[in-house]
Design a protein around this ligand. Sequence first.
Ligand SMILES: Nc1nc2c(ncn2[C@@H]2O[C@H](COP(=O)(O)OP(=O)(O)OP(=O)(O)O)[C@@H](O)[C@H]2O)c(=O)[nH]1
Ligand SMILES: [Mg+2]
Length: 605
Amino acid sequence: MHTSDDPLDAVLRPPPDETPEQAAVREAREAEARRVSAAIDADIKAERQARRKKRIVRLLLLGQSESGKSTTLRQFQRLYTPTAFREERILWRAVIQLNVVRSIRTILEALEPTNSYSPSSRAPSRPRTRRPSAASASMLALAASPTSPYPSTAHAGPSSPSYHGADPYDAGYDSAGGYASPGVDSDVESDPGGADFGGTSVPVFRNGVGDYGAGPSGALAYHHQLQQQAQAQSQSRFANAPPPIPNGFRSSSPPGANGFPGGSSNTITLDALKLALLPLRHVEALLIARLVPTAAGEEEPAYLPGSTLASTSTGEIFVRPGGRWKGAGRRRTRSPSPSPSPSSTNPSNSSSSSPGDADIQPTLHACFPAMHALWADPGVREVLRRRKVRVEEGPGFFLDDLERVTGPNYLPTDDDVLRARLKTVGVSEYTFEMEVSMGRETGTEWRIVDVGGSRTTWVPFFDDVDAIIFLAPIAGFDQVLAEDKTVNRLEDSVLLWKAVCSNKLLAGVDLVLFLNKCDILEKKLEGGVRLVRYVRSYADRENTFEAVSQYLRSKFSAIHREYSPNPRKFYAFLTSVTDTATTGGIIASVRDMVVRQHLKQSKLL
Ligand SMILES: Nc1nc2c(ncn2[C@@H]2O[C@H](COP(=O)(O)OP(=O)(O)OP(=O)(O)O)[C@@H](O)[C@H]2O)c(=O)[nH]1
Ligand SMILES: [Mg+2]
């Protein structure tokens, strides 16, 4: 007789009028259900044991976009499959070239008078919200959230320089080739903010996709004509290295003395530079076409819809899982590999593939003097400084290496590959054999999963992971997310970290925290940017790298303690994952820790 009030008990209770035959059928059915359930449990356990016996370690990389996940993955590749990593370096050349062109575009846009401050267009200097971004909220809910279009980014420089010209390169193009403006910082110092994690808009690096590359043939012909003119001009002016550098556009250089035509006026000088840089538009179009295959059977065009500040569609070039963009460069000589395996690449075939590719390096080389002049000019630097456009802190910054990377025989170095920027969309898995670990020949297979910045794809990968490396780019304390300009980057990292720490699926997974981009943080603090303006709780502590990094580390550590469902180990490192010297040791420590933990788990099973 059942006396319980439990509703579940009531549901499971056999019907009161059940006959002995019906009872027998029911009991047989229940026994079968129990048998199936036990078999499933046994299968799961056996699979897990087999995986551990085979020594497969699964490591997940998490963190907001631009936090350094793919760079960390590349560090693993560099350390544990160095031959394949070296072979792949050539494939990164196009990405680095595109990064260079985008940096120049960012500077030219920042020099535009149209970018001067206007109250209506000013980006919010300090987001009032403390909510997680739509993306970070959806990470837990697993809700599919479309990539938000980039909002218009206002340039908020306190004063407007006396430069002319509406188009960053030149006004000679139709508007279809225009660029969206990069995000530019508002006046940080004037608005310290009141919340712990306030923020301002900041330089945002995007690889824009204009439609000039696909324009009508007439426009293209005109383009080529201009390109030739500009190249001829640039080459004749800069025939002999070293290149002349305009002695500050705002200074009183004598007419023509700076190497540019009509150097008597600042405006003319900048216009001459723009003309010399005009061919970069063509280079950019070629590079995008190369990195983003659109031929039938290839992946879809890989660009994100972007802001319409200049009435154009722009976005950031991104890489899809599977490494097929690497195949794009060599697809005419070799069919792309379906696998992302580094060993599948063939660098010798990759350096020349489409007719336009042959133009890229010579054009960049020809534009070097003008690019160098632009970047080295004290007047330009001053405008960038005042407008808080910090290209040198942005991803994919190569302007200090212009001569090398635009050289005719340029081949990327390890460091270049680590510093290149190519956004990841979707999930990519990198598998390799750990040759030696914990002093024994183990042949451990590692599977490192880079989930990309889109958090909607994260949760399915939480199952069965051995360890997580979470990247929090702490240098972003004064920046906002590229995809949501109302959210401060540090605040977003903190919220994501809380979500990861408190996630029940991950309760048994050891967490490794990389407080990343410490090199940028150090420079930023040395440059006088004060943490307390963005993190109120920092109060009157010293604004030094040591004090700030320790403070942030203790904050992340406290969140881990407070939010973890169960007590567990936690490892935190201050990292600059682009730095090969320091990151090698850190990755070795993580590897040892993960392997130790993995062995322990295997014994428990
Ligand atoms: N200076 C410096 N740059 C870094 C550091 N870590 C990453 N970067 C650069 O920041 C940019 C973004 O890094 P990625 O590894 O592409 O970031 P991600 O997390 O994979 O970003 P998504 O693919 O958008 O999710 C790259 O250009 C890196 O070279 C760092 O510690 N210091
Ligand atoms: Mg990535």
